[in-house]
Design a protein around this ligand. Structure first.
Ligand SMILES: [Zn+2]
Length: 503
């Protein structure tokens, strides 16, 4: 037998190993998805982002985007590696100032391996330098980067970020943003929040936008093009910034006649939902060929086609309602889409009633009556529609019907207390359909499991009476149900989130 003699070097190595926390074995890669069963690869595990600083330069003529993203995050596990979601070409990654290894994997994963593993609960700064032509990139066979004759737009749901900044791309991980974009002089860059400053140098103008409240990645928007920007302040004191492509053609008047009412409608919605949650409001209408609108936080995206039939305050109401229902209070998982769309649609019903174009009850009765029991409409469960039906019309119309059913079950006093209290209860956070039910039960003092199950989860047409607790209710009107005046306008916003990239 040999006596083991430890060389000094081996001793040093042993003590170095001891310097690594005893849980060294627990250092492992963060998951490539945040855990959403609808979109298993969306978002990532192992960290939580608090702030994105995006410093970009975009050339409309060639669609070339280059920039640096600085991401402030905190680890939620011992990490040997972690992912960001991204499609552009990365030239360098640094973690806490030190150059890190990186590789791509999956459909949109950027795998980052820091030189030193990251302990759970520590602050991390990640710098990603990148460039690329976003319109040449696709994932799952689609792109949500929309080029326009004078620029481009990033605004889509549930994915838009991959084409312009690296992120933890899921609404569960919200963060504040500074978006700074340099564009050729004479071109504007529009983003969320407030315009802090602009500066010009050597033919380029830089726009510095700030979102100082938590914002989901898909609600972060960028538009570059030639815009006419208007500013105002609502009667209730909310600063409003709107932007219109100078190339809207015949839709220009109707677009302005709609979106310029943003301040008025924010104030009106505040009466139902409580104080407006953000430091600014507004919308923009780029010269895209898309058809939908999207509730991008504080700066709503409107396709020009939304205004092809004249002004449309209803779609503005829908997207502004999302600022409370969807943006300030974000869903926990994409299955919870009803807490966004059911209420944005219901806000349109409230507006219809306000305008004398049909009451919420008449609209509910019309939805109920116009879909016979064998209509596939009733097979979609708004409370968990599945990824293929996430933006099905039933999520909106049956979803709003469920809101009306709740109202009739708990009475107006409790209902409007719930409607206003919910955005405060979960302000700037995340919540689920189950959280909403629990909240509504607490405020109303009534058990609501049967009501929620019937209207949101059962794959069939609910009975017109009894389903809300014995009261004669939805659809229980005598004679034929007339189509409310507002119906066609509300239906026309149904392309609101139509997944035009087709998945
Ligand atoms: Zn919506």
């Amino acid at each position: 037998m040999h006596r083991r003699i430890l060389a000094p070097g081996a001793l040093a190595a042993a003590s170095l190993m001891l310097a690594i926390p005893a849980s060294a074995a627990s250092y492992s890669p963060g998951a490539p998805g945040i855990g959403d069963p609808y979109y298993p690869a969306y978002g990532n595990g192992g960290y939580d982002v608090s702030h994105y600083d995006l410093r970009l330069k975009y050339q409309p003529a060639t669609d070339e985007l280059e920039g640096t993203a600085t991401i402030l995050a905190r680890t939620t596990q011992d990490l040997s590696r972690f992912d960001l979601d991204f499609l552009l070409d990365v030239s360098e990654v640094r973690v806490n100032g030190v150059r890190a290894e990186f590789a791509t994997s999956g459909r949109h994963e950027l795998e980052i391996t820091p030189r030193t593993p990251l302990a759970k609960g520590t602050a991390v700064t990640v710098v990603v330098r990148y460039s690329g032509v976003p319109s040449t990139k696709s994932a799952y066979g689609f792109s949500t980067w929309h080029r326009t004759p004078d620029g481009a737009v990033a605004a889509d749901e549930p994915e838009a970020a991959w084409w312009w900044y690296p992120s933890n791309d899921h609404p569960l991980d919200k963060a504040t943003y500074d978006v700074s974009v340099a564009v050729p002089n004479g071109t504007q860059a529009i983003s969320n929040g407030t315009l802090q400053s602009t500066s010009s140098q050597a033919g380029w103008t830089r726009y510095n936008w700030r979102q100082n409240r938590p914002q989901a990645t898909y609600l972060t928007t960028l538009a570059v093009g030639k815009f006419d920007v208007t500013t105002s302040t609502s009667e209730g004191g909310v600063p409003v910034v709107n932007a219109y492509s100078v190339d809207l053609g015949d839709n220009d008047g109707a677009a302005r006649a709609s979106v310029e009412r943003t301040g008025e409608l924010v104030d009106w919605l505040s009466g139902w939902f409580g104080p407006y949650p953000f430091a600014s409001a507004g919308g923009y209408v780029p010269n895209t060929t898309t058809g939908y609108a999207l509730e991008t936080q504080t700066r709503v995206y409107y396709s020009p086609r939304q205004f092809a039939n004249g002004s449309n305050a209803s779609v503005v109401v829908h997207e502004l309602a999302h600022q409370w229902y969807g943006d300030s209070v974000s869903l926990k998982g994409w299955k919870d889409i009803w807490i966004n769309e059911g209420f944005a649609r219901y806000a349109q019903w409230l507006w219809s009633e306000h305008e004398g174009e049909g009451t919420t009850r008449e609209l509910a009765a019309y939805v109920y009556a116009s879909h016979p029991a064998d209509d596939p409409f009733w097979t979609v469960a708004p409370g968990d529609p599945g990824p293929d039906d996430q933006f099905d019309i039933a999520v909106y119309d049956r979803g709003a019907l469920a809101v009306q059913a709740l109202r009739e079950a708990v009475g107006d006093d409790a209902f409007f207390a719930i409607l206003k209290g919910w955005p405060q209860e979960h302000a700037y956070g995340n919540a689920s359909v189950a959280d909403f039910r629990a909240y509504a039960e607490r405020i109303s003092g009534k058990p609501l499991d049967t009501l929620f199950d019937t209207w949101l989860f059962q794959p069939g047409k609910p009975a017109s009476t009894g389903a809300t607790g014995g009261r004669a209710t939805l659809g229980a009107t005598a004679g034929p149900v007339r189509q409310p005046k507002s119906w066609k306008t509300i239906e026309a916003t149904n392309s609101v989130h139509a997944a035009e990239h087709g998945h």
